[in-house]
Design a binder for this molecule. Structure first.
Ligand code: G
Ligand code: G
Ligand code: NA
Ligand code: MN
Length: 255
């Protein structure tokens, strides 16, 4: 597979790195964290989005290599932001199903955190709703619960689009619901859309979970999210994902 070997070479050369997109607390406006979103900086073809190469790694069972690169880059970024005196509380990383099935995931993560001298509370883990649908005895539920016990924050990604029942939320520890952007878009222009979002926020509140809205593209949407009691906001209307040094500049300007 030509793509796969190209991706593996790119990983080894450090051409595949995460960019970081800020999340703001809607009540204070402060940065509550950043999400790591991987990009391939291809010397000929420019920036290649994850949709074009993640499945090649996934099919080959090589997602571990990617997550290791993303984790190292994220911990390095946290250290350098700390050294610059910036207050970036945590980085959230997307973990695929294959990675969440890795029995060594938690030990490896603990080891890396120790090596960088960072507490687990600086790390967030984003898990797709579909992935937690398995049984509580399963390896995924165990890994996610172990990560939570270690101190990582668990975000349920793309909430509202998956097949997980509400019951599945009780099987694994989850701290926040990331409300899929299909529920967020145009809330400032559609009463139906607004009602739908209010229902999801009400559900999160009853479950005692924090909320973060994805895909916030306008200041109207942002203002309404605060008004409706959504805790955090992320989207192009706040900032696009950007390389670690630019994120530092952005955070400095934002403070
Ligand atoms: O950045 P963008 O919107 O193109 O991301 C597209 C998808 O790729 C998102 O669903 C995101 O969850 C996924 N993705 C981005 N970075 C990573 C990563 O480091 N690991 C995994 N497993 N998925 C990622
Ligand atoms: O599946 P996940 O939620 O991890 O995917 C995040 C993806 O959403 C990233 O590819 C990111 O680039 C993209 N994204 C982030 N903010 C916005 C936004 O405001 N609008 C749109 N359309 N996409 C966004
Ligand atoms: Na995500
Ligand atoms: Mn998402």
């Amino acid at each position: 597979n030509a793509l796969l070997s190209e991706v593996e070479v790119a990983l080894a050369k450090g051409q595949i790195q995460p960019w970081y997109q800020p999340q703001l607390c809607t009540s204070t406006g402060e940065i509550s964290g950043v999400e790591a979103l991987v990009r391939w900086m291809h010397p000929q073809h420019g920036i290649i989005p994850p949709a074009r190469f993640l499945s090649a790694l996934e099919e080959a069972g090589r997602m571990g290599q990617l997550s290791e690169a993303v984790l190292h880059h994220s911990l390095t970024a946290l250290r350098s932001w700390d050294d610059e005196g910036l207050h970036i509380p945590r980085v959230s990383i997307n973990f695929s199903e294959a990675e969440l099935r890795n029995p060594r995931l938690v030990d490896r993560l603990k080891w890396d955190l120790d090596r960088f001298g960072l507490p687990a509370s600086r790390l967030g883990v984003e898990v797709l709703e579909t992935v937690i649908a398995e049984s509580p005895e399963g390896i995924i539920a165990r890994n996610v619960s172990d990560l939570a016990r270690l101190g990582c924050r668990i975000d349920l990604d793309d909430f509202g689009t998956g097949h997980a029942s509400i019951g599945a939320l009780r099987r694994v520890t989850v701290h926040r619901l990331k409300i899929d952007r299909s529920f967020v878009t145009r809330i400032d222009r559609s009463e139906d859309q607004r009602r739908m979002l209010a229902a999801v926020l009400g559900l999160a509140d009853r479950l005692g979970l924090e909320t973060v809205a994805e895909g916030v593209e306008s200041s109207g949407e942002h203002a309404l999210l605060a008004q409706l009691g959504c805790d955090h906001a992320q989207g192009f209307g706040i900032a696009r994902p950007m390389p670690a040094p630019q994120l530092a500049d952005w955070a400095r300007d934002h403070a």
